[in-house]
Design a protein around this ligand. Structure first.
Ligand code: HEC
Length: 157
């Protein structure tokens, strides 16, 4: 290698090595609590598995990180997605939302699944289980709809 190329190469390696120490905070909250949508809506195992597998990495307090999340700047990129996703919709906090926010979240979730905007295509690329077929979409949206209807009812008592 010519000296200048070698210097650029070594310099890039040094930058790559250095950024590995700048870690995003990981989204690793405790196991699903009572406010979690799966618990609140008493989802059966098949629907719970679909939701957790396709949505919870970005819309809950607990992400299953892939090995490449350990490599920066990939980890930063994932962290940004998770932060942004949770800001818009966090199923772990479903139970503490107002009824209006619950119905909004669920209505948006039905739309997102029906229009294939969620899970994001970049996620579907790397997570085969998140590529929902029509049957899975129908199952998931039916549960969202059922819970939205329940949240829209006036409080009991
Ligand atoms: C890879 C991360 C990721 C996954 C997986 C994911 N989302 Fe999202 N989601 C996001 C991000 C980021 C946003 C905010 C993007 C935006 O507003 O354009 C978002 C936004 C949303 C919103 C709010 C949209 C709105 O109009 O307010 C809903 C509802 C939603 N997602 C539902 C889901 C559902 C349901 C699933 C599973 C079927 C899912 N998401 C899977 C990252 C994700």
């Amino acid at each position: 290698m010519k000296p200048i190329r070698k210097r650029i190469f070594v310099g890039s390696l040094a930058v790559f090595a250095a950024i590995q120490f700048i870690r995003p905070t990981e989204n690793l909250g405790p196991a699903p609590g009572g406010a979690d949508f799966i618990v609140k809506a008493a989802l059966p195992p098949d629907a719970a598995q679909l939701l957790a597998g396709a949505c919870y990495d970005c819309h809950s307090d607990h992400t299953r990180y892939p090995w490449y999340a350990e490599i920066e700047p990939v980890g930063w990129w994932l962290g940004h997605h998770i932060e942004h996703g949770k800001e818009r919709a966090n199923f772990s906090e479903f139970g503490i939302l107002s009824r209006k926010k619950q119905t909004d979240l669920l209505d948006n979730a039905v739309d997102a699944v029906n229009h294939d905007s969620m899970p994001p295509w970049t996620y579907r690329l790397t997570h085969p289980a998140a590529r929902l077929d029509d049957k899975e979409k129908t199952l998931l949206t039916a549960w969202f709809q059922r819970a939205a209807d329940a949240a829209a009812l006036p409080p009991k008592g």
